[in-house]
Design a protein around this ligand. Structure first.
Ligand code: V47
Ligand code: SF4
Length: 374
C-alpha cells in the first residue's frame, strides 16, 4: 500500500494488524481465514470500502454488469422445511402454485417480447417432478426461444430431481445440459456450517453435497453461481468458513461466475422474531466477501432482495453486478418482506444506477460475455 494511504489509516486509530492485512491485500496477497474474521470484527465501513474497491478494480476495473432477464418459478410446493422460507407451501395449501410446462413456456414467450437474454428458473422441490420433467421444460423453452440462455435449478433442486428419477447427479446434469441448461444459480448454499445448517434447513442437501453438485457441474462445463444466506444466527467465523469452502472449490474448478450474499429477510417465516441486519452490516459483508473471495470474478447485489438504493450503494463496496431487469417475475423475496414487492427495473434504470455511482454500465449475457457498454 502506498505510504500516504498507510499513514492515513494509522492516523484513524486502525490497529496495526488491520493495516498489515490492508498492505497484504494491496500487494495482491490472499487473506487468511483468521484475517477474514478480523476484517469482519474490526474493519470499519470506510476501511473495508477502500480495500474492497481496490480488489474490485483489480478484477473488474470500473465495470458493473447487468442483464435483461426474467425468473420462472414453476412451483412453490416443496418437500423441504427450511425455517427461514416464506415461500414454500404444501400441496393444496392456500397460496401454493404449480405451473405446467405449457403455462411456463407461455409466460417465457410473453416476457421475451421485452428482449430478454436470460431465463432464470428456480422453485420449490416438488415431490412429483423429476429430472425428465425439467429437461422437457428446458427443451420446450429452447424450442420457442432458441436464443435465450437458461440458468436453472439450485443444487438442492438438482439433487432431488435426479434422486426422484433414480439417476446420478452427473447423468442428470448431462441430460439437463443437452436440453439447454447453460448455467446454474447459486441458491441452496445457505450456510455450510453443519450445526447451524441442521437448525435452519434440516432436510436440505448437505454442505458437501451442495459443493459436490457444483463441482460436477463445473467439470461438465456448466458454470454456476454461489450464495451465502447471512444474518440468521451465524457468527463471523461461520461466514468465513462458508467463504473458505467456496474459495477452495473455486481454486479447484474455476467454475463459479459470481458470489451473491443473500440477506435474511424475516417476514412471514419461523425466524420472524430475528431482527434483520442493518444496511451498514450488509455493506460490510459485501466488502469482506469481495476482499476474501479473490478468485470468484463477480460479486452480485441482488436488488429485489436488498432494494435498489442499497444495491446502488453496494457498488462502492466491491459489487460489480446488479443482476437484471426481472420484470416482476419472482416472489421469493417479496413474500419474505423485501421492499420491492413487484421487482422490475428497466435497462435505463439499471444504467442510471450504475453511472450515477461513477461506474461503467455493461450489459452482459448469462456467461458474462459483454453485449454492450452504455
Ligand atoms: O437458496 C429463501 C434464499 C435462495 C429467504 O444465482 C432467502 O443469480 C433470505 O439463490 N431471506 C434462492 N433469503 C434465491 C437465489 C438467487 C437469487 C438471485 C440470483 C441468484 C443467482 C440466486 O433464496 C435460497 C435461499 O438462500 N432465501 N428465503 C429469506 N427469507
Ligand atoms: Fe423449499 Fe427452497 Fe423454501 Fe427450502 S428455501 S423450503 S428448499 S422452497
Amino acid at each position: 500500500m502506498p505510504a500516504t494511504l498507510f499513514s492515513l489509516f494509522s492516523q484513524t486509530g486502525i490497529s496495526h494488524k488491520l493495516i498489515q492485512v490492508a498492505e497484504n491485500v494491496a500487494a495482491g496477497k490472499r487473506v487468511t481465514p483468521e484475517e477474514g474474521i478480523l476484517l469482519y470484527r474490526e474493519g470499519s465501513l470506510p476501511f473495508l470500502a477502500v480495500l474492497a474497491d481496490h480488489v474490485r478494480h483489480r478484477i473488474n476495473g470500473k465495470k458493473v454488469y447487468f442483464n435483461r432477464n426474467i425468473h420462472l418459478e414453476p412451483t412453490n410446493i416443496c418437500v423441504n422445511h427450511c425455517a427461514f422460507c416464506s415461500y414454500r407451501r404444501k400441496k393444496g395449501e392456500e397460496g401454493c402454485w404449480e405451473l405446467g410446462i405449457s403455462e411456463l413456456v407461455e409466460l417465457a414467450e410473453k416476457h421475451s417480447r421485452s428482449g430478454i437474454t436470460e431465463i432464470h428458473v428456480v422453485g420449490g422441490v416438488h415431490p412429483d417432478r423429476d429430472v425428465h420433467f425439467y429437461a422437457e421444460l428446458l427443451r420446450e423453452i429452447k424450442r420457442i426461444l432458441p436464443d435465450v440462455q437458461i440458468k436453472a435449478f439450485t443444487a438442492v433442486e438438482i439433487d432431488a430431481m435426479c434422486n426422484f428419477a433414480s439417476m446420478g447427479i452427473r447423468e442428470g446434469l448431462m441430460l439437463l445440459k443437452e436440453a439447454g441448461l447453460v448455467s446454474m444459480p447459486g441458491g441452496g448454499a445457505e450456510i455450510f456450517d453443519e450445526t447451524l445448517r441442521s437448525k435452519i434447513c434440516p432436510d436440505k442437501t448437505g454442505s458437501e453435497g451442495w459443493l459436490n453438485i457444483h463441482r460436477i457441474a463445473h467439470q461438465l462445463g456448466i458454470p454456476t453461481n454461489s450464495t451465502m444466506l447471512y444474518g440468521l444466527l451465524e457468527d463471523y467465523s461461520q461466514r468465513i468458513d462458508h467463504l473458505t469452502r467456496l474459495r477452495s472449490l473455486q481454486d479447484e474448478t474455476s467454475g463459479f461466475n459470481a458470489f451473491i450474499p443473500l440477506k435474511f429477510r424475516h417476514y412471514n417465516n419461523r425466524f420472524s422474531h430475528i431482527e434483520e441486519q442493518t444496511t451498514v452490516e450488509d455493506l460490510r459483508n459485501y466488502a469482506v466477501s469481495r476482499i476474501f473471495l479473490d478468485n470468484i470474478p463477480h460479486l452480485k447485489a441482488y436488488w429485489p432482495m436488498i432494494g435498489k438504493q442499497v444495491a446502488q450503494l453496494s457498488l462502492a463496496f466491491g459489487v460489480d453486478d446488479l443482476d437484471g431487469t426481472i420484470d416482476d417475475t419472482t416472489k421469493i423475496y417479496s413474500m419474505a418482506g423485501a421492499e420491492e414487492q413487484a421487482p422490475t427495473a428497466t435497462t435505463a434504470q439499471l444504467v442510471e444506477m450504475i453511472e450515477g455511482a461513477g461506474y461503467i454500465a455493461v450489459e452482459r449475457d448469462t456467461l458474462y460475455r459483454e453485449i454492450r457498454s452504455a
